[in-house]
Design a protein around this ligand. Structure first.
Ligand code: CA
Length: 223
């Protein structure tokens, strides 16, 4: 999952980035509203964490412009304690949720995961497909009840495929949501990880979940 943080308090932004990276997120930072809006419009993020008080363009205006362009990326707003008006305005402008500063990281993480999940049409943190269950909160994966140990990268790929199940995901899209901008998009590394995943998830089973769509990408299919 790739997240954009638009927050001018650099220390806070860096701490959030580090914390989220420890949970397998790819994180990009912007320290002002104008650049943040540009990035949110130009790149495909799974969520945006948006501060309200920002230089150049405030967070509510960033949100307003995004929604005016029909961009439905989930937005988690950071609001100051006591600014009830801002929270209400944020929600009315199209924020998916808000969190009041100062906050504890686990709460931000939980709210972030929840807005991403709801945006993908999942009401529960437990994704199920043909005996495969993925618990997004604890990041545990099981098939037919047995726990499957995955590396951080394998998990990130499986989670992305599962949250978008039934849709063909190109290698480029997968790479963009799993690696940061510096990564060489031509690499075949995604295929390598898909093979690892297949060995762990599908090998020896009648019903395969991860399918290759020739020339297009991968799809996770299951009922
Ligand atoms: Ca600020």
């Amino acid at each position: 999952m790739k997240v954009l943080i638009i927050e001018d308090e650099k220390n806070l932004a860096e701490i959030l980035k580090k914390g989220l990276e420890e949970h397998s997120f790819i994180v990009e930072l912007s320290f002002d509203g104008e650049e943040g809006l540009y990035m949110a419009e130009s790149f495909d993020y799974d969520a945006v964490i948006l501060d309200i008080m920002l230089p150049k363009l405030d967070g509510l205006s960033v949100l307003d412009k995004l929604r005016a362009k029909k961009m439905d990326v989930p937005v988690l707003m950071l609001t100051a304690r006591g600014e009830i008006g801002d929270r209400v305005k944020g929600l009315n402008t199209g924020a998916d949720d808000y969190i009041v500063k100062p906050f504890e990281f686990p709460e931000l993480l939980a709210r972030l995961k929840a807005v991403i999940r709801r945006n993908k049409g999942e009401s529960s943190p437990l994704i199920e497909a043909d005996g495969l269950t993925i618990d997004i909160n604890s990041r545990t994966v099981r098939r037919d009840g047995s726990e499957i140990k995955l590396s951080s990268r394998e998990y990130a790929i499986l989670e992305y495929l599962a949250l978008n199940r039934g849709r063909i995901i190109s290698r480029t899209e997968l790479t963009e949501h799993i690696y940061d901008m510096d990564f060489d998009l031509d690499s075949n590394i995604i295929d390598v990880y898909i093979n690892y995943l297949r060995n762990k998830i599908d090998k020896g089973r009648d019903r395969k979940l991860i399918h290759t769509v020739r020339g297009a990408g991968y799809i996770l299919k299951g009922d």
